[in-house]
Every structure is written in C-alpha cells, then in structure tokens.
Design a binder for this molecule. Structure first.
Ligand SMILES: Cc1cc2nc3c(=O)[nH]c(=O)nc-3n(C[C@H](O)[C@H](O)[C@H](O)COP(=O)(O)OP(=O)(O)OC[C@H]3O[C@@H](n4cnc5c(N)ncnc54)[C@H](O)[C@@H]3O)c2cc1C
Length: 399
C-alpha cells in the first residue's frame, strides 16, 4: 500500500510543485503529513483567504470538490453580479474594468480563475473534503481515503452550498426544480410557472421567464420582501448598505423605508406592500433585499402575479394560504440554501442551531483553535467584499 503522501500525489495532481516535498512527516508510517494551512473551497471566500494567507504563510493548499468558482459555473445564464464591480473585487487583484459595471456570470468565473492564477494559488480540484477532525492539537482533513494534517483549516464551502427544497405536502404532477437547477426560460415556453420565494433569485428568474415566453408567471410570497434599486443616478444601493452598517437600527429602518417610498412605486395593490421596518426584518431573517433588475416593472404591469405562500399540492395545482388554488405546469423553488456544514464539522460544537458557524474570519471558537470559517455572514455590503475583508483580517491574525 502506498504511503499517504504518495497516494495523495497520485489522487490530487500537483499544481505548484510536489506536495510531498513540503510535508513534514509526523510518523514513520507516513500516516499523516503536516501542511500548514488547508482551505476548503475555491469560491470567492476560499480564494481570497488563500491569497491573503499566502502572503504570510508559505504552505497554503486549497481543496476544491469541483473547479475554481464551481458554484458560479452552474448558476442561471442571465445572472450578473448584483453588487457593483468596484465593490466586489477580492483583495490583491481587481475585476478588470472591461468586465462591466455588473459583471456577467461568465465574467465572474473568469475573474475567479484569473484571481487564482494571479496569486499562484495551489488549488487541488476534484478533492471533496468529507470531515474535519481534531488531531493532537492540529486538524485532520479527511478527503475520501486520504487524510492530511493541518495546523489550521479555513472552511469556505459557501453559505449557499446545499439547495433547500421544502417538503410540501401533497403530490404535484408537473415539474419541480430548485432555482439552483434553473438555467434559462427555454424549457418553460408556453407553460404556467409558479416561482416560490421572493428573494433575488426568485425575482430575477420570474423576470427571465416573462421575457422568455412563459405564458403565466406567478411568485408565491410569504413575507413581502424589501426592494431597492440596484443603483440610483449611478450610485449603487450597496454603498448605502455599507455606509449605514454602524448606525442605530431604528435610523437605518427609517432611511430604508424612505428610500423605498421615493424610489419604488407602491406595489401594495399587487401584493407586495413595503415592509415597515426593512432593516429590522433583514437583521431577523438575514435575507438580502431584492436589487431590482426588472421585477418592479413586471409586477406593476401585471406580467408577474404575486400570490400567497404554498400550503400543499393537489394534482396539477398549488393550494395557497387563504384557500385559493393555482393551476400550474411547473414550480421553481427559489427557497434558498443551507451551509450544510454538519457533515464536515457537525460534532465540533462550532455551529449554531441553524447550522451557521458561531465564529467568523479571524475568530476561533475556544473549543476549536485553528479552525476558521469565511463566507458565512450575511451583511448588506456584499458577500464578495466581505469575504475579502475577512480574508485580510484572518491573514493578519494568523501572522
Ligand atoms: C444566485 C446568487 C447570486 C449572488 N450574487 C452575488 C452578488 O452579486 N454579489 C455578492 O457579493 N454576492 C453574491 N452572492 C452571494 C455570494 O457572494 C456568492 O454565493 C459567492 O459565490 C459566495 O462565495 P463563497 O466562496 O463563500 O462560496 P461559493 O462560491 O459557494 O464557493 C464554495 C466552494 O466550496 C466548494 N466546496 C463545497 N463543499 C466542499 C467540500 N466538502 N470539499 C471541497 N470543496 C467544497 C464548492 O464547490 C465551491 O466551489 C450571490 C449568491 C447567489 C446564490
């Protein structure tokens, strides 16, 4: 049987020279090898963390189950960054100006690939980490039949890692997909489609369907969402989110409610009343406001109908709260995601009751020193931007 280092090299093709040459073997059986830092996940958070850590620590390896930017390679065709280019750059390499103000999905993937190259990151693609375990004051990272020992581990597998599909009672004869599996409106031409959930994905998919020839598009809404213009007179709303982050909650509530009143038409009659305390709602639900890329107009013109939340299915119909019935051919569940960290670190006592890490970035749980989480906070300033900030803080703390 091959020693772990050999098996590791065989399984995970090298990129930046031999991993083996950088191993300190802890036992003569070569059961474990010591890498200094393992980052799990090569999305924006993992790449930014690896890039910043590499400036201070020589051995940083990124394990990625797919490819660099994997989550973006499967997102819907019309997706563009909702956050503006210059506030979405990861540290140490800017998004090129020619990628536009709101870079497209493919440009985001290109940027992440260029980012990894620019920082010469050692990304091992096709390595899915199964478990992270304590090991003699360090950490064992278990990937299939291989185990690598690391002094520190940065978990960056994505807040939106596992699609969440509610288990609605009843049976539905039409098709149901999660928004993670939606690509474009082509399969839905001529159909009646119900989108469930009024977050950014649900709102944008509804607009995509309307523009793509879907006969009837409805959105099932349980809690009326906050809606903001993506930008006003060229100023992105994201800036407001950053600028107000440290103000008292009632003041931000008032600013947000006023912005909604002056910039978005009243959609109460269509079923989308403005929340009274939008910022308090955000802090409670941690759902990013809809950045309008066409939903306001589509709802106002009646091209997208707002309906109550689904209660159950019955044959070809959705039965809605309040007792109404909606006949539909397909359901697209824009019902969000879960971090899905239980498998990796569920027994370490580092997650809260929703499965979200209790510490972030440079923070370390007292029971799990050397274990970090980047990319699991939901704030208003943009997740790319925040990942960069946390990555820099982490690298400073580690150094
Ligand atoms: C539709 C959509 C649009 C968004 N638009 C914006 C936007 O405009 N601006 C913004 O700032 N944010 C946006 N976000 C939020 C967030 O910035 C992105 O989701 C971003 O990709 C998160 O980066 P991440 O690195 O934390 O996670 P991800 O991009 O999800 O990367 C995690 C990586 O970890 C890998 N991985 C997972 N589990 C394992 C494992 N066990 N072993 C090895 N690898 C693993 C995955 O394959 C993936 O490559 C959007 C999110 C969604 C869902």
């Amino acid at each position: 049987m091959l020693a772990t280092a050999d098996r590791f090299e065989a399984h995970f093709p090298e990129r930046n020279g031999s991993l083996r040459s950088r191993f300190s073997l802890l036992t003569d059986g070569a059961v474990y090898n010591l890498l200094v830092i393992v980052v799990v996940g090569a999305g924006p958070a993992g790449l930014a963390s690896a890039a910043m850590l590499r400036r201070r620590v020589s051995d940083v390896v990124v394990f990625e189950r797919g490819v660099v930017g994997a989550a973006w390679t499967t997102r819907y065709d019309r997706l563009h960054l909702h956050t503006v280019r210059w506030l979405s750059c990861l540290p140490g390499y800017r998004i090129p100006r020619e990628f536009g103000k709101w870079p497209s999905r493919d440009r985001v993937i290109e940027y992440l690939e260029r980012y990894a190259d620019h920082h010469d990151l050692d990304v091992r693609s096709g390595v899915e980490v199964d478990r992270i375990e304590r090991s003699n004051g360090a950490w064992s990272v278990v990937a299939g039949s291989d185990t690598v020992e690391a002094q520190r581990v940065v978990v960056a597998c994505g807040h939106s890692n596992v699609p969440y599909l509610p288990d609605w009672p009843g049976t539905f004869r039409g098709t149901t997909v999660h928004s993670a599996d939606y690509r474009n409106p082509v399969p839905y031409a001529g159909q009646r489609v119900l989108v469930v959930g009024a977050g950014n994905s649900g709102a944008e998919i509804a607009v995509d369907l309307v523009e793509g020839g879907t006969t009837e598009v409805s959105i099932a809404v349980r809690t009326p969402p906050s809606i903001v213009r993506r930008d006003t007179l060229g100023v992105p709303s994201q800036l407001l989110g950053i600028a107000t982050a440290h103000l008292p909650v009632p003041i931000v509530d008032r600013i947000a409610a006023t912005m909604r009143r002056i910039s978005i038409p009243d959609l109460k009659a269509q079923g989308l009343p403005a929340p009274q305390r939008p910022y308090s709602d955000f802090l409670y639900r941690r759902v990013i406001p809809i950045l309008d890329v066409g939903i306001v107009d589509a709802v106002r013109r009646g091209r997208v109908r707002i309906v109550p939340a689904i209660e159950r299915f019955e044959d070809g119909a959705a039965l809605l709260e309040g007792g109404s019935r909606l006949d539909v051919d397909a359901v697209i569940a824009a019902t969000g995601y879960r971090p899905g960290l239980e498998r990796l670190v569920g027994d370490l006592g580092v997650l809260d009751e929703r499965g979200v890490p209790l510490v972030h970035g440079a923070g370390e749980h007292p029971d799990a020193p050397g274990l970090h989480f980047v990319g699991y906070e939901v704030l208003l300033g943009g997740a790319f931007r925040l990942a960069g900030i946390r990555a820099k803080q982490l690298a400073r703390a580690v150094a």
